[in-house]
Ligand binder design. Structure first.
Ligand SMILES: Nc1nc2c(c(=O)[nH]1)N(C=O)[C@@H](CNc1ccc(C(=O)N[C@@H](CCC(=O)O)C(=O)O)cc1)CN2
Ligand SMILES: Nc1ncnc2c1ncn2[C@@H]1O[C@H](COP(=O)(O)OP(=O)(O)OP(=O)(O)O)[C@@H](O)[C@H]1O
Length: 337
């Protein structure tokens, strides 16, 4: 087991709030003439911070290229061995067996991502009943788990769908692989209508409005019937996901990871934005936060300090590698022993 690096977890929220305040705290238009010196100081700090951030993004791009090359050169036999080993670790894990709702990516071989097909097949072959948590808790009095630890009620599976090029990604519930079509990036994702021809989207939403600081709006909408939950940032409406109940587990892709929970994605910001929105929603609804588990080939695990981080990067709770699980956060230590 790896000793957790508390620094990545302790530092991230602080850095995030500093970054947010840089974006959100704009001087009011009625600012007095006297305060111009202070404003200039603030502007020079902002410029310095922007330069630092640019340098970090450059480092991220360099690391992405390096890892992509290594993945391209990976021996196919080793890749296949690692794909199976990683998926078997997950399929055998108690935190996977007991989870009721999970988000997982549909692996793309052209992107040389860790394969998730065995996991997806397993979940889709053993679907959830569609009953709510409340009904399940009544039924659970009569329900016995199978010998292998699987719940008889199965799992609900959510997979990502990119909504636009502006970091908006939604997790959509699927019950069949027939529900998928290839998107413009050649990644399979849920079609706008399901296999039975039914629209996935829900219509009328009640809007709960929350004003966060000057000129920044976070709007949440929900439809209690369908469970559609959405978050609107600025002008664009973003559906986070359709769920009345919390997700317990997220299986994450990425290009590079380290044992303190750092994760380097493909540079779209889709996962970090989704995770931030979902975590905020879970906090508001007093839901338990889901376990964030990244799947990593051996060559994708970096030494500490190699992965550059920016304030919006969300750390993962655990890594699954071909040699097993590496729990990182206190939540992972608690759930994954
Ligand atoms: N399987 C899978 N599904 C996913 C993601 C993912 O990483 N993997 N995403 C995670 O966000 C979202 C889609 N985002 C993506 C972002 C970039 C690329 C991509 O092909 N990037 C190229 C570089 C493109 C460029 O630099 O212009 C690459 O990585 O080689 C693919 C998906 C949602 N679905
Ligand atoms: N929560 C967020 N709010 C605003 N901007 C964000 C957020 N998360 C990421 N971004 C922006 O998205 C862009 C890509 O970020 P970054 O390079 O960290 O993505 P990544 O981690 O590689 O991708 P992903 O999260 O999709 O795996 C950056 O411009 C970053 O500032």
């Amino acid at each position: 087991m790896v000793i957790p690096c508390k620094r990545a977890f302790a530092a991230a929220p602080k850095a995030l709030s500093l970054y947010r305040s840089l974006i959100l705290l704009q001087p009011p238009s009625s600012v007095a003439f006297r305060s111009i010196t202070i404003m200039n100081n603030r502007q020079s700090h902002t410029t310095a911070a922007a330069t630092d951030i640019d340098a970090i993004f450059k480092q991220k791009r360099a690391l992405r290229s390096r890892v992509k090359k290594e993945l391209k050169n990976m021996d196919p036999t080793l890749r296949s061995y690692e794909d199976n080993a990683i998926q078997n670790v997950i399929l055998e894990a108690p935190w996977f067996k007991t989870c009721k709702r999970l988000c997982a990516y549909i692996s793309c071989s052209a992107l040389r991502e860790v394969d998730t097909s065995n996991i997806l097949s397993e979940v889709l072959q053993n679907p959830a009943t569609g009953l709510s948590d409340a009904s399940l808790s009544v039924l659970s009095t009569f329900e016995l788990p199978c010998d292998d630890g699987h719940s008889l009620t199965g799992k609900k599976l959510y997979v990502p769908r990119v909504e636009d090029r502006n970091r908006n990604m939604r997790m959509v519930n699927i019950s069949s692989i027939r529900d998928m079509i290839a998107n413009s990036m050649n990644i399979l994702e849920p079609a706008p209508v399901d296999a039975d021809g039914n629209e996935r989207e829900d219509g009328n939403s009640v809007v709960l409005r929350q004003l966060c600081r000057a000129s920044f709006y976070l709007l949440k909408s929900e439809d209690s019937g369908s469970g559609a939950i959405s978050v609107q940032l600025w002008q664009g409406q973003v559906h986070v996901m359709q769920a009345n109940d919390p997700v317990d587990l997220l299986l994450l892709p990425g290009l590079a990871f380290d044992k303190s929970g750092r994760r380097l994605g493909r540079g779209g910001g889709y996962y970090d934005t989704f995770l931030m929105n979902y975590q905020e929603l879970a906090k508001e609804r007093k839901w338990k936060q889901p376990l964030l588990v990244a799947l990593s080939y051996s060559v994708q695990i970096m030494d500490d300090g190699v992965i550059p981080v920016t304030p919006t990067d969300v750390p993962v709770d655990a890594l699954v590698t071909p040699s097993g699980l590496i729990p990182i956060s206190p939540a992972a230590m608690e759930r994954c022993h």
